[in-house]
Design a binder for this molecule. Structure first.
Ligand SMILES: [Zn+2]
Length: 751
């Protein structure tokens, strides 16, 4: 039977420089060692000549490694394949072949190959380490147990210590990283292994502690003046900490000392994009592509740049008190006209709110980018861990999905924008030193407190995690985002972080949340910051927080099963149109767990049942409760607006419909109705905005929008503008009676 690997096809390469990592496997053939030594010391030409001689070696694995080292990936691939096909038990060549796949970005194939090697040799430490390195790179939780398993087998494997240190650094566990690096160094000395990767992580640790890494950098460059991977690695940790500007400086150095380090060009390009530096980004992405055309991230980023003219850019001032800030919007041309006013409005309000709440003045213009195509947005977050799937903030640049990229009942773009704008502040207040959990926590907390859908909405997954005691100690909360250990942990960590902020607000007051934020200056850990702000040990903080959440969710924690049963009963009754039977269970479910506001929320069931039973007033109360808890389903809220109208509460209905623009802005019907309502209410400028949106959405039938704009402008005293739009209305629909009548009236008024 043919194995799966025999059928894999390695992508063709023109030429790829040997940006290989160090092969620590003691089974590496001795013939390669002198050449390796040249390579590790950056003696490029000597290394190349040395490897070239080995291309004719009698040993196939030596041939394969030599071909790989001189950049002939295709030949290396062919030889590895032959070796493996001729010998099913060739485990080391299989591991190296998988590494070759890794270098060419074919991660899932590499995982499969490592898996096959482990099937044949379940104890092979190097196959396990290969697999662990893929998991680590993808921020998957399996990485750690696998490395620990390897170390139990053999405590002297340098790569296992390096991987451990690297994950510790990514998760901010600096003392653990320190210890792992001590062990790695001991092994390197004992076995005379190149110390480059140990020194590199030492330099990273030094930087993470706010110190100066220069002595390590010097040692590395003395050993290998062309070791760009060191700068690339340092940049990686800066990017993890969302310090993109600092990463850019390091990546520039990486390509300076090693101009053919394509991965660093690619990373530099992506990073420059994050900073909004489009032209230089293109230069480095093109360089990366010239050397390594098969990196999906590079290809996608270049594709996005090719379509940059599909986006239109506007710049507007936002005034807050005596200060003026610039806001740049980058919206797709097909929807920019409709969206611009709403995006600008919400961005302005967020700047007003957060400037005041966090006592911080933005130092640079803010850019907000909305992508109708989720893949374009995905390019912006490529290779970043623990980041929301809807939006991301790189300092003063916010990138997110546009409302048109998702169904309107599943994506509240306004809340996402609010969340991201909070990141702009938490990042900039702390010069990007805020830990991930606190930045996410404040963003979630601000969605609950000040955003367009206020209300502490908490999903059942978080309740379940709380029940299973899966909330993390605050000092370790970052690890729940970076390398989750169970499915859904990232989402749970968002909720826990939001709840920690809520707890701080309730226990010590909102001011103290800001005080905690300001503790992060690059020199303090979460544990130290908690201690300094609240004068209690992190363990005591955790204990109080635990009591707080258990008290807040006591009802649902004690009666989770009952909540499920009642919700289910209510749902079934509604399906069978047995309205009266739905009321009691839905009411009980809401009482137990009011924070549940998803699409099948008992709040919505209760409202529907009550309405069907002709208890409209009670139905209105049910939907108002739902909304107060953070519910925002556009269909339900449109219905509520109708009910409020019928109950003579027109102005509340109007405000409710305005809020729909932050979930469902591309709905012409909403703009049309809203325009009329606002006109009736004498809110003329807002009415004008709605008719403008209607015009942008409804190009096939422009007359009603022009007519609406004409009336709004007339009320605002702009007679000339009004007349122009009446003529526009009549130009597209000459028999449009209301426009004819108004034009006549205006002519009469003039005489
Ligand atoms: Zn976030």
């Amino acid at each position: 039977m043919m194995t799966r690997t025999a059928t894999l096809v390695l992508l063709l390469f023109a030429a790829t420089a040997g940006a290989q990592s160090i092969d620590y496997d003691p089974r590496r053939p001795a013939e390669l060692r002198p050449c390796d030594d040249h390579r590790y010391h950056g003696r490029v030409e000597q290394a190349r000549t040395c490897y070239a001689k080995l291309l004719e070696s009698q040993t196939p694995i030596v041939q394969a490694e030599a071909a790989w080292a001189v950049g002939d990936i295709q030949r290396a691939n062919q030889i590895f394949r032959d070796i493996v096909q001729n010998n099913q038990h060739a485990v080391q060549p299989r591991v190296r072949w998988a590494r070759l796949y890794l270098q060419t970005h074919q991660y899932s194939d590499a995982v499969e190959m490592f898996g096959e090697a482990l099937k044949a040799f379940p104890a092979d430490a190097h196959a396990k380490l290969g697999l662990a390195s893929v998991f680590a790179e993808r921020f998957e939780g399996q990485a750690r147990p696998l490395v620990e398993d390897v170390l139990k087998q053999d405590g002297d494997l340098i790569e296992a210590h390096l991987l451990t240190a690297s994950m510790d650094l990514e998760e901010g566990q600096l003392d653990d990283a320190d210890k792992a690096l001590d062990r790695a160094m001991r092994v390197a000395n004992k076995e005379k292994l190149p110390p480059l990767e140990v020194y590199t992580l030492r330099a990273s640790l030094e930087m993470s502690r706010g110190g100066n890494p220069d002595q390590w950098i010097k040692r590395i460059l003395d050993y290998n003046p062309r070791y760009g991977a060191m700068y690339q690695q340092l940049a990686h940790f800066e990017i993890m900490r969302r310090r993109y500007k600092e990463a850019t400086v390091l990546l520039r150095r990486a390509v300076e000392v090693q101009p053919d380090l394509w991965a660093a060009h690619a990373e530099l390009g992506s990073n420059l994009l994050r900073l909004g530096n489009v032209e230089e980004a293109r230069k480095h992405l093109e360089a990366a592509y010239s050397g390594d055309p098969y990196s999906p991230t590079t290809v996608n980023s270049l594709r996005l740049l090719d379509r940059i003219n599909d986006f239109s850019i506007s710049e507007d001032p936002v005034v807050v008190g005596e200060d003026t800030y610039q806001v740049q919007l980058r919206l797709h041309k097909k929807e920019s006209e409709v969206l611009r006013p709403y995006v600008l409005d919400l961005t302005s309000r967020s700047i007003q709110s957060f400037s005041q709440r966090y006592g911080f003045k933005l130092q640079e213009p803010v850019t907000v980018e909305l992508y109708p195509d989720h893949d374009d947005f995905a390019v912006r977050v490529a290779a970043l861990p623990g980041i929301g799937l809807l939006g991301v903030t790189f300092g003063y640049v916010v990138a997110m999905d546009s409302p048109s990229s998702r169904p309107t009942d599943q994506f509240h773009w306004g809340s996402t924008l609010w969340h991201e704008m909070a990141h702009v502040f938490t990042l900039e207040v702390t010069d990007h030193y805020v830990p991930r959990w606190l930045s996410e926590g404040i963003s979630v907390f601000e969605e609950w407190r000040t955003g367009p859908t206020p209300g502490v909405a908490v999903p059942p997954e978080a309740i379940a995690a709380l029940e299973k005691k899966q909330f993390l100690p605050v000092a370790d909360l970052d690890s729940g985002f970076i390398r989750p250990s169970y499915p859904g942990q990232v989402q749970v960590s968002y909720m826990q972080s939001g709840l920690v902020c809520l707890f701080i607000e309730q226990r010590w007051g909102f001011e103290q949340l800001g005080a905690l934020l300001r503790q992060f200056d690059g020199k303090r850990t979460t544990a130290q910051a908690i201690e300094a702000t609240f004068k209690i040990a992190p363990a005591a903080f955790d204990k109080e927080f635990d009591a707080f959440v258990r008290n807040r969710f006591a009802n649902v924690l004690a009666n989770f099963e009952e909540w499920q049963q009642k919700s289910q009963a209510a749902r079934q009754a509604i399906q069978k149109e047995r309205w009266a039977d739905a009321v009691e269970p839905a009411r009980r479910a809401v009482a137990l767990y009011p924070e549940y506001v998803a699409g099948d929320s008992p709040h919505l069931i209760l409202a529907k049942a009550l309405d069907k039973l002709n208890r409209r007033a009670d139905a209105i109360v049910a939907l108002e409760d739902y909304r107060r808890a953070g519910g925002w389903d556009p269909t339900a809220l449109r219905e509520l607006a109708g009910w409020l109208d019928a109950a003579g509460r027109a102005s509340e209905a109007t405000d409710l419909m305005i809020s729909l623009n932050y979930s469902d802005p591309l709905n012409a019907e909403v703009h049309s109705q809203l325009g009329e309502r606002l006109l009736t209410a004498g809110r003329n400028e807002e009415a004008l905005r709605e008719f403008q949106a209607l015009l942008a959405l409804n190009r096939l039938d422009e007359a009603p929008a022009h007519y609406g704009m004409a009336r709004a402008l007339r009320e605002m005293g702009d007679k000339a503008g009004s007349r122009r739009h009446l003529l526009d209305a009549l130009a597209t629909a000459p028999h449009f009676k209301p426009a004819q009548a108004l034009l006549l009236k205006m002519i009469e008024e003039r005489t």
